[in-house]
Design a binder for this molecule. Sequence first.
Ligand code: LIP
Length: 314
Amino acid sequence: MSTGDARSSGRGRPGGDGLAGELRHLAVDLAEEAGQLALAARRSGGAGRRSGLRTKSSGTDLATDADRAAEQLIRSRLAATRPDDGVLGEEGGESPGSSSLVWLIDPIDGTTNFVYDFPAWAVSVAVAERAGPDGPPRPAPLAALLGGAGRLLAGAVHAPVAGETFAASLGGGATHDGRRLRVDPGPLELGQALVATGFGYASSARRAQAGLLAHVLPAVRDIRRAGAASLDLCSVAAGRVDGYYEAGLNPWDLAAGLLIAVEAGAASRAIEGLPPGGPTLVVSRPGLAEPLAGLLAAAAAAADAHAAAGHNGR
Ligand code: LIP
């Protein structure tokens, strides 16, 4: 599909009616509008390795003027259409709201790709019920990954270079350019599994993640590291990969893609105790969930043993 078609591409009947369905449509509009803004900046030469580039948590963690402009656009649209909702954005942080909803925004997920003009970057927009003592119960295994957000209601991921939009609403299914997504429910052996992953920005975390990967890679069909967590999760939903795992993600990286994958039928869990520490999000075809979790546990044990034997590890 051309980029020009993308503005209406995430719509379509699947997605459900009611509040979640309405929020899904708004998330699609916001992601597509912000994506076109970022793409225009990219194509005008106003974004790239020399323009408006800053680093954040480490020298490898980048932010551009386009990240800020795209988030600002989404925030201003939300202020006009849903002024009572809270917003949590990668660039602007948290703006508390008075309603029960919070929007989670990654204006450019895959900023390094964006800077290098590598096509795998996306705008990720999700909305969730806020977690809290009076709020609905959070899905326990994944709660730690969602910060102050509770139940995910709707989300959209728009990849401007590919002109693709993925979207989902709670109970309303997931779509790719308006077509319903359904993850293959059948069993899959590890040796036939294409597995995506990603790495953090801190050197120490990367060393530990590489140690784990050294034991995962020989056991699977192959590994993909696309560089945008939201798209990795949509790739599970679309069957482009069979599974995905990553630690150290922020709520805005994963919220929309997680709902899209789960609504498409993927299995999801957060596993503690894997390097580099903290919860690791694991999302896959249902028939791969147990084998992949087992492989990650075995890989963590092998990486520990390797480190204990005096090799470089975590
Ligand atoms: C990035 C992710 C990437 C992950 C990085 C980072 P950013 O988001 O989507 O896949 O491995 O750690 O979180 O910083 O480009 O928005």
